[in-house]
Design a protein around this ligand. Structure first.
Ligand code: FAD
Ligand code: NAD
Length: 475
């Protein structure tokens, strides 16, 4: 330990949305912070190979789709010309400007940067291997593991072939394949599938479970599925890939449906997106008391402290949900715990957003979860077909849904699908965190004409009908 007058020496391994906000907060609290990462600037998967590049491409996809659909109200632009080099360069410039900005934030805050792969030598020392010369050893009072996750690979695919993509190579946009298979109907499969379909690929999605986005509310998924059915070539549910063979210019895939019936098809490229595995190996954890639990996650308590008192852990490697904003909040909790503040990570709701078209967003309890856990709830729904704003956008394909405690009227969950649902869900999160009731949402004046009014109207429907939605049976 350093003497009691010197600042706490904190080492953070991993510069993603868990690690870099933790490093910056710790520096703001006066700690001596070293951030170890394998990139020049902070950002992690989210900025370099995840949230940001995918949302840039989804924006491009949406612009194309909106331009095409403007023909419905008399404005035609003609067929888009896609300059893939320019699109890639623009996406890279977005990433560069954000990660460059974080590099500056790091310097301003005097957070030390160590480039290389970190390993624990003991509960108070790491070695950082930059790939040249001897690894550098660094002593610390506390460390935070924020090493994130990487794509799960399926054994039947040959990943040495450039025909088989994961989310990282998929975001590089190697080309616009004529026919593309997306394995996994989860977040990444549907977001990147949407991008490739907009660029002109004929996309097939194969999902082994009976539904797309298995964790999301079924009512909400219906809207997205309907639209995807019109943009994707095929959506295969209850179906697994059992075999694949890489040919010269394609990949031959064998599917098996729930009745065991097999069929073959051939695709120009295959994108595999079947989940992400925590990066908890090769960290030298055997030199510490840190405990790795099922599926490779690191065990943490409510302050994000591991079984080793000097070592904390946050983000994707610390458990689900594997979302950037959850990592960031855990980082702040861990740093405050290290600073001796009273703190726990105990959110009432963590929002989830799938940036498909339309978007799906939810927070708190879903109707399905309530059923599974036998929690009595009252649910109200407001269809966007009755929203003036949705009509002006020509996007009535949406729904706002409130799940509440029938006794107290307390909001337990909110689900929204529709354009911009991801931005709107913050109101639901705030309602849950503040212990708001459905009546509070009903009595809150929302601006007109906006999509946010659908939250207020769903609250009105909870008590009977809203001005724009009449339902006969009340209660
Ligand atoms: P990461 O961001 O994974 O960062 C970990 C860092 O640690 C990396 O820089 C890595 O190089 C470094 N590292 C690993 N091991 C070592 C080591 N031994 N030594 C030194 N450094 C090491 N989430 C959302 O909330 N919204 C989205 O829209 C979204 N979109 C996504 C899209 C895609 C395509 C993908 C793949 C993910 C997306 N996610 C999204 C998930 C999000 O990226 C993760 O939840 C988030 O990045 C986790 O942050 P983290 O800090 O735990 O780790
Ligand atoms: P996911 O867990 O979201 O979806 C994987 C899907 O693949 C599931 O539906 C699963 O049933 C299916 N699957 C698994 N094995 C299969 C198989 N052999 N054949 C067919 N289907 C199979 O995983 P993901 O899409 O890889 O994304 C990983 C994580 O990254 C997400 O869970 C999320 O936490 C994060 N992420 C978030 C966002 C966002 O916030 N918008 C975007 C992308 C990724």
């Amino acid at each position: 330990m350093a003497d009691s007058n010197s600042p706490t020496r904190l080492v953070i391994i991993g510069g993603g949305p868990g690690g870099y906000p933790a490093a910056f907060h710790a520096a703001d609290l006066g700690m001596d912070v070293t951030l170890v990462d394998l990139e020049k600037n902070p950002g992690g998967v989210c900025l370099y190979r995840g949230c940001i590049p995918s949302k840039a491409l989804l924006h491009a996809a949406r612009v194309m789709r909106e331009a095409e659909e403007a023909a419905h109200f008399g404005i035609s632009f003609g067929k888009p010309k896609i300059d893939l080099d320019k699109l890639r360069a623009w996406k890279a410039s977005v990433v560069e400007s954000l990660t460059g900005g974080l590099g500056q934030m790091r310097s301003i805050r005097k957070v030390k940067h160590e480039y290389g792969r970190a390993r624990f030598l003991s509960p108070t020392r790491i070695a950082v291997d930059a790939g040249e010369g001897d690894p550098k050893e660094i002593d610390f009072d506390y460390a935070i593991i924020a090493t994130g996750s990487r794509p799960v690979q399926l054994p039947m695919f040959d990943y040495s072939s450039d025909r088989v993509l994961d989310s990282t190579s998929g975001l590089d946009l190697p080309d616009i394949p004529k026919r593309m298979l997306v394995v996994g109907g989860g977040y990444i499969g549907l977001e990147l599938g949407t991008v490739y379909a907009a660029l002109g690929s004929k996309v097939t999605v194969v999902e082994m479970l009976p539904h797309l986005l298995p964790g999301a509310d079924r009512n909400l998924v219906t809207f997205v599925q309907k639209r995807l059915e019109s943009t994707f070539e095929n959506i295969l549910l209850n179906t697994k890939v059992v075999e694949s063979k890489t040919l010269k210019n394609s990949v031959k895939v064998t599917f098996e449906d729930k009745d065991g019936k097999k069929s073959d098809d051939t695709f120009d490229r295959v994108l595999v997106a079947v989940g992400r595995r925590p990066n908890s190996e090769d960290l030298g954890l055997e030199n510490t008391a840190v405990n790795v639990i099922e599926r490779g996650f690191i065990e943490v308590d409510e302050q994000r402290r591991t079984a080793e008192p000097t070592i904390f852990c946050i983000g994707d490697v610390a458990g689900e949900p594997q979302l950037a904003h959850k990592a960031t909040h855990e980082g702040v909790v861990a740093v405050e715990a290290i600073a001796g503040k009273k703190t726990v990570f105990a959110p009432h709701a963590i929002p989830a957003v799938v940036f498909t078209d339309p978007e799906i967003a939810w927070c708190g309890l879903t109707e399905e979860e309530a059923k599974q856990k036998e929690i009595e709830v009252k649910v109200s729904k407001f269809p966007w077909a009755a929203s003036g704003r949705a009509k002006t956008l020509e996007r009535p394909d949406g729904l706002t849904k409130i799940v509440a405690d029938p006794e107290s009227g307390r909001v337990l969950g909110v689900g929204i699908t529709g354009v911009g649902a991801g931005d709107m869900i913050a109101e639901g999160v705030l309602a849950i965190e503040m212990g708001a009731t459905v009546e509070d949402l009903k009595l809150t004046i929302h601006p007109h004409p906006t999509l946010s009014e659908t939250v207020m109207e769903a609250a009105e429907v909870y008590f009977g009908s809203s001005p724009h939605f009449y339902q006969k049976s009340r209660g």
